[in-house]
Design a protein around this ligand. Sequence first.
Ligand SMILES: CC(C)(COP(=O)(O)OP(=O)(O)OC[C@H]1O[C@@H](n2cnc3c(N)ncnc32)[C@H](O)[C@@H]1OP(=O)(O)O)[C@@H](O)C(=O)NCCC(=O)NCCS
Length: 458
Amino acid sequence: MLSRTRFLGSVSRIGASKRFASTKSLKETLQEVIPSKQEQLKKLKAEHAQTVVGDVKVENIIGGMRGIKAMLWEASVLDPNEGIRFHGLTIPDCQKVLPTAPGGKEIIAESMLWLLLTGQVPSEAQTRQLSRELAEKGDLPAFVEKLVDSFPATLHPMTQLGMGVAALNHDSLFQAAYEKGIKKSEYWTYMLDDCINLIARLPALAARIYRNVYKPGTPLPAINKDLDLVGNYTTMLGFGDNHNLTEYLRLYIALHGDHEGGNASAHTSHLVGSTLSDPYLSYSAALFALAGPLHGLANQEVLRWQLAMQAEIGSDVSHEQIKEYLWKTLKGGQVVPGYGHGVLRQADPRFIALQEFCDAHPELQESSIIRLVKKTYEVAPDVLKEHGKTKNPYPNVDATSGCVLYHYGLKEFKYYTVIFGVSRALGALTQLVWSRALGLPIERPKSLSMDALEMLIK
Ligand SMILES: CC(C)(COP(=O)(O)OP(=O)(O)OC[C@H]1O[C@@H](n2cnc3c(N)ncnc32)[C@H](O)[C@@H]1OP(=O)(O)O)[C@@H](O)C(=O)NCCC(=O)NCCS
């Protein structure tokens, strides 16, 4: 875990004077920052290769590797109590310094992506330039459109997204260059090009899936070159005239962009990428990890659960009634969706940021489902503490995320994880660029059978 001083050091490194000055492109900026990181890694290897930073206990091995510090991940670090920091910046820091969309107040995917990739806060001009680049590269190849259109509407949208992303590897620049033979030191530039192309194409792919499944026969608007990534995504979904939903999605997508490396989707893309698979294949694999109910699917589960609660006990309910409903869920052997976390031990700051968004929008404060989410939050931690199983009785980001989408009319909750999938690409793909820039090796942890473990203990 990084110390607070180190965190604050990172914040001040990204000083205000630097903030809105540069006009360098993303690639130029990375070219500048990569050598010092390479140097840092070289030094770590030379001076500390044998330094011990933790023990591996049997509980770690049989407990899903929780708690083992075993991965390099550059863009963000998750503190159990404080939550996520992106290159040292907390969510409120990001909300203060990252450029928004024209006419918007919320941070956007482009400024978050820039921060994740370079560790620097982009200027307004750099953010707009990146928005334009993404919009210009956003169209899908015709064969992918045809492929997606051929899927049955009954195929889960996440399966469709994963298959669409994998098929985009047809155009992988990294794979083509690798086949021709390139120097290791050049890997990251092709990776970066692939990653930008993939992020650019995700909204058109994800929106096409939404239209095919839920609004068949309706025309998909063309990409507007003057809009930011999420502005285009919302428009293609058919909600472009809902400013508040667009702003919510901007915040949601920026906040879900990265949550350090050990979570199942990020780790999957890191593992697959370490074999030098291209970003399309690596991220496609990550999406199938995200599709699990204990990970990305939780936001749809929360909504399903809150709606069932509403149907059973109504909207205007007492804390006592919610408490009874929570116990019913727990006694039924189910988890309370939206609560608990593999690393966090306090309320998720992403949950708090989304709650603040709700508090700032009167229409959301009046929404019965959002009110129920808030009231549940007032009761659930104590019930979960009394239940005594979960190590973290507090809400994670999913406790509220889907319910806001539902209020704004995006009611197809099987689709919610697709939005998460569009977002998580920012962090997972960032790390692929860094993994290749740093020349990280193929991942290969050692496994043991129970017999082998017992021998080792003896
Ligand atoms: C997120 C989650 C998968 C983390 O799992 P984890 O790291 O194993 O969590 P813990 O170490 O606290 O789990 C210890 C026990 O508490 C239980 N527990 C954890 N969260 C719980 C919850 N929200 N409700 C009820 N029980 C819970 C676990 O199932 C486990 O029980 P077991 O010993 O019988 O297997 C888990 O908290 C969960 O299932 N939450 C609900 C789903 C969710 O919101 N996922 C989104 C995550 S961002």
